[in-house]
Write a protein that binds this ligand. Structure first.
Ligand SMILES: O=C(O)CCC(=O)C(=O)O
Ligand SMILES: [Fe+2]
Length: 333
């Protein structure tokens, strides 16, 4: 019997992404930093191997997080809706709020968001599931923050960014930011109106993502074809978002991606965990139209676009971080 998954046997390729060893990056090993630069200037999507001493703790937290996620998401909708705070930074979002992956569909994922600042402040507004597992959420956020900030440090070095503009200087602990941990579940009961997660580039600086299940695809910058991102145990997937691409003067690549239904979708919920490292709210960069915009405004504008219809989304360049739509027209699920 074949060991290949249905995705590996499908007519779409599995993406060849670079693998970076987190322990080597933490030790600032030159060859690893070169690999990181190569990944960030091509696809802007790569695996980080966390199986060494310094990453293992995050992998253990990943396992515990899935358990906590099913505990929360298995509750009735009206209970989960009590955690809906009507913001994109905190609390619950039901499926259907944003555009979906298929033309005219809505999204098929629910989320629970935990902002880094509220977690740090032990805010009374935190959802009860988080108050029940404070150690897990605290540890997960600290470890994911260390991984992403280590990458920022290495990228500042590799790009010879001057001291005042180093990427770390735009991600200081004391400043307000929209850095948030987002837990996602794609419910198995698929409808025709709610499908997957629409194509987009990420808003922030870096995204650290875990999922054990297929569904994620990137648009290959080389071939302009959708390719599967294979789940790899022991690894996180990291990608560059709009904010870091803008801060780096577009020297780094931010890749378009989406989540599509698979042959498993009808039988199993799909879980993913995303840590969105975002810059300080007040920093400014140039938007795709060449106007100065704050990181906070870019975040808010882009979330508004996520909720728009596909027709409206096609009328501006926000969804794809200013990159052209032209080559993507006609690519369907
Ligand atoms: O669920 C996933 O695998 C990806 C989610 C994603 O791209 C996002 O939330 O920005
Ligand atoms: Fe994303």
């Amino acid at each position: 019997m074949s060991q290949l998954s249905p995705q590996e046997q499908s007519n779409l390729k599995v993406a060849h992404l670079e693998t970076i060893d987190f322990s080597k990056l933490l030790a600032h090993e030159e060859a690893e930093v070169s690999k990181l630069m190569s990944a960030c200037t091509t696809a802007g999507f790569f695996y980080v191997d966390l199986q060494g001493q310094s990453g293992r703790g995050l992998l253990e937290d990943e396992e515990n997080m899935y358990k906590t996620m099913s505990e929360f998401f298995d509750q009735p909708l009206d209970v989960k809706m009590k955690e809906d705070r009507g913001t994109h930074k905190h609390g619950y979002k039901p499926p259907g709020v944003f555009a979906g992956v298929k033309t005219n569909s809505r999204d098929n994922y629910e989320t629970l968001k935990v902002a880094r600042d509220e977690m740090g402040a032990k805010s009374p507004l935190l959802p009860s599931v988080i108050k029940q597992h404070p150690r897990l959420f605290d540890d997960f956020i600290s470890k994911a923050h260390l991984v992403t900030m280590t990458i920022m440090h290495c990228l500042s070095n590799a790009l010879h960014v001057d001291a005042t503009n180093r990427f770390e200087q735009h991600h200081r602990d004391e400043a307000d930011s929209n850095t948030t941990l987002v837990l996602l579940r794609y419910p198995k009961d698929v409808s025709s109106t709610c499908v997957g997660h629409n194509q987009h580039t990420d808003i922030g600086s870096l995204t650290l993502l875990f999922s054990k299940q297929w569904g994620l695809q990137i648009l290959s910058p080389e071939t302009q074809q959708w390719e599967w991102v294979a789940p790899r145990p022991g690894h996180a997937i990291i990608n560059v978002g709009d904010s870091l691409r803008f801060l780096a003067g577009k020297k780094l690549a931010s890749c378009m991606h989406r989540v599509v239904p698979t042959s498993e979708t009808a039988a199993d919920h799909r879980y993913s965990i995303a840590y969105f490292l975002r810059p300080e709210n007040d920093i400014e960069y140039e938007d795709p139209e060449g106007h100065a915009i704050s990181a906070k405004q870019w975040h808010d504008d882009k979330y508004k676009t996520f909720a728009d219809s596909h027709e409206k989304q096609a009328k501006n360049k926000i969804l794809l971080g200013g990159m052209d739509h032209a080559t993507r027209v006609g690519i369907t699920v």
